[in-house]
Design a protein around this ligand. Structure first.
Ligand code: IPM
Ligand code: MG
Length: 377
């Protein structure tokens, strides 16, 4: 427990990032009302737009804060035309850079459909999935795989002839993320909606790729230490259809970096869309939390986007801080926030455009603030 309060470095970033984080800060302030502040926030500019304006992705203080803060909250990065000289996305320092620098090896992406949330397919709202059958977590390896910065081009007479990305799968990188997934299945403790069995599904392409065969071997080795958790295997191509057809079969899913990136966007459709999808980048002693929808430049400044992904990222952050510091105050705050979010969603009074509603980003934030206050009375 920290008396002075936990330090949180906030990187609003680009596009709609600052808008959703403004609502996030309101929600954190509402949770802290009526007592000594359990956290203090410091905001740092940075990202692709900042790069176009200043020639720097962020300032040295911002980079230093990533390593010294108790937790990091990120909005989103990416701005049209903002590219580094080597072709990388400007702002990568804030997301991929922090993941690498702080060794945030597990990207933890819960996918839960709350009552009152609608999901849209092909332009219309459907009730294909129900809150009873969507409650899983994707754990994506976050430091290696196809994202290993081991790539390059072969040019001849100034023409690119070949481009290569090297997919690196290490024993250490696989083992720790797989262990994280098994521990998570135990700590969630509720199993898959279908049968309440604790289950970790290993998603890979082990029928073709050597790295995936190695990942699966490591999975088997770790799984042997968790006899209470059911083993489950899926080739990533087949997994995409099972996820849509029968999401209730899944509890915790573990995958290598790029596959985890792709399947987690797909999974967001089950939970109401990217407007609800949050992720935590977690390492041994640091963590960064973010809505995973990206900067959505075309909506920037319109006060229109859904801030719930940010609220769920905050819930995940507060819970992680509480667990890491064995601080029941914070775990209690995370529970309160989740109750408030669930209540607002169930009431259907904070539907932004993506949910077929007309509620603005800031009005949705206000609704959650009211609900947090009402929950205290
Ligand atoms: C994500 C994003 C990032 C990634 C981008 C913005 C670099 O898609 O967090 O899933 O590819 O990891
Ligand atoms: Mg992604």
């Amino acid at each position: 427990m920290k008396d002075a309060g936990y330090s949180i470095a906030v990187y609003p970033g680009d596009g709609t990032g600052p808008e959703v984080l403004r609502e996030g800060e309101k929600v954190l302030a509402a949770l802290a009302e009526g007592g000594p502040a359990p956290w203090h926030l410091t905001r740092y500019p940075g990202g692709g737009k900042y790069y176009l304006e200043t020639g720097r992705e962020w300032e040295p203080e911002a980079a230093a804060a990533a390593a010294s803060a108790d937790a990091i909250l990120l909005g989103a990065v990416g701005w049209p035309g903002a590219t580094l000289p080597n072709g990388d996305i400007a702002g990568r320092a804030l997301v991929l850079g922090v993941r690498e620098e702080l060794d945030l090896y597990a990207n933890v992406r819960p996918c839960k459909l709350y009552p009152g949330v609608r999901h849209r397919i092909s332009g219309a709202y459907h009730e294909v999935w129900s809150p009873k059958n969507v409650d899983l977590v994707i754990v994506r390896e976050n430091t290696e795989g196809l994202y290993t910065p081991a790539h390059g081009r072969l040019t001849r007479a100034r023409e690119t002839e070949v481009a290569v990305d090297t997919r690196v799968i290490t024993r250490k990188g696989s083992e720790r993320v797989i262990r994280y997934a098994f521990e998570l299945a135990r700590s969630r403790g509720r199993g898959a909606p279908l049968d309440a069995k604790l289950r970790v599904t290993c998603v890979d392409k082990a029928n073709v790729l050597e790295g995936c065969r190695f990942f699966r071997e490591t999975y088997d080795r770790v799984a042997a230490e968790y006899p209470d958790v059911e083993r489950d295997y899926a080739y990533v191509d087949a997994f995409t259809q099972w996820l849509i057809r029968e999401p209730e079969r899944f509890d915790v899913v573990v995958a290598t970096n790029m596959m985890g990136d792709i399947i987690s966007d797909l999974a967001s459709v089950l939970q109401g869309g990217m407007g609800f999808a949050a992720g935590g980048n977690v390492g041994e002693s640091h963590a960064m939390f973010e809505p995973i929808h990206g900067s959505a430049p075309k909506y920037a400044g319109k006060n229109q986007v859904n801030p719930f992904a940010t609220f769920f990222a905050i819930e995940q952050m507060v819970r992680w801080l509480g667990q890491r510091h064995s601080d029941a105050r914070l775990t209690g705050q995370a529970d309160r926030l989740e109750r408030a979010l669930a209540a607002v969603l169930a009431g259907g009074t904070a539907r932004t455009y993506d949910q077929g509603g007309h509620v603005s980003t800031s009005a949705a934030g206000d609704r959650v603030v009211e609900e947090i206050r009402a929950g205290r009375r």
